[in-house]
Design a protein around this ligand. Structure first.
Ligand code: DGL
Length: 258
């Protein structure tokens, strides 16, 4: 395996760029290939079988090009397909992302934590296991957000439609009782300002992107495949949709310009 080979970063669309920008912070000297499957987004309201098939097809196409690692920068796709891909490709470190329930649950004594994620992430066994691990120490409230990733995917980060969606989503909750919010979808950090504005309280937001980036670095170090040398790596951005606006949007996210 060549150290100069890229690390593939995949997502249902543009959201995984929030993970890639964390990877670039901890490993600017690596080469990356980002693939967003926007033509098939959203994944979060599809069946497990559909998401498995789409994720495996995307991953196999990138593996065939020659990559030294893969980050599944999508909570929904990780839960559906990471285990199968790892079993099929033990030669490649495959790192996934999951809702950051652990740090949120352990941040203070017996907190109440809202977990925003796609309906499919919250339905899968991987999330159930995570939930049960922390039910003794925290009150965890899963909050499915169907339709939110679509709004974000269309470049809508701060419109009245997004605010209205979030206003309705949070309406049933007593804000004073909630200690933190987990952003359990890689698209959601892009609307974190709108989330806090509509939630109406400045609660901590927990996100798995930083942890995933550090974990990826550890996995490459263990294998001795880090490309260290001071020179910045290259980032190639691909998308299954032929809409050029999606590439421009991905680049904007990488520059933290949302
Ligand atoms: N970005 C994906 C995640 O982290 C989901 C978005 C979608 O529904 O396609 O779960």
């Amino acid at each position: 395996m060549d150290k100069n080979w890229p690390i593939a970063v995949i997502d249902s669309g543009i959201g995984g760029a929030t993970v890639l920008r964390e990877l670039l912070k901890v490993m600017p000297d690596e080469n990356y290939i980002y693939f967003g499957d926007s033509a098939n987004a959203p994944y979060g309201t599809k069946s497990v079988e559909q998401v498995q098939a789409l994720t495996v097809a995307m991953a196999e196409a990138l593996i065939a090009r020659g990559i030294k690692g893969m980050v599944i920068a999508c909570n929904t796709a990780t839960a559906a397909a990471a285990a199968g891909l790892r079993a099929a490709h033990p030669e490649i470190p495959i790192i996934g992302i999951e809702p950051a329930v652990k740090p949120a649950a352990l941040a203070k004594e017996n907190p109440t934590v809202l977990v925003m994620a796609t309906p499919l992430t919250l339905k899968q066994e991987k999330f159930m296991t995570l939930l049960h691990r922390y039910t003794d120490v925290a009150q965890i409230i899963p909050l499915p957000c169907p339709g939110l990733a679509e709004l974000i995917e269309s470049g809508d980060f701060d419109s009245e439609r997004v605010h209205e969606y979030l206003r309705d989503l949070f309406a049933p909750f007593n804000r004073e009782k909630v200690d933190s919010i987990v952003l359990g979808c890689t698209h959601y950090p892009l609307v974190s300002k709108a989330i806090l504005a509509e939630f109406g309280r400045d609660v901590p937001l927990f996100y798995g992107g930083e942890g995933t980036a550090r974990q990826t670095r550890r996995r490459l170090e263990e294998r001795g495949t880090r490309r260290e040398g001071g020179q910045p790596g290259k980032v190639e951005i691909l998308n299954s949709s032929d809409d050029p606006a999606l590439i421009a949007l991905t680049e904007r996210i990488l520059r933290f310009e949302e």
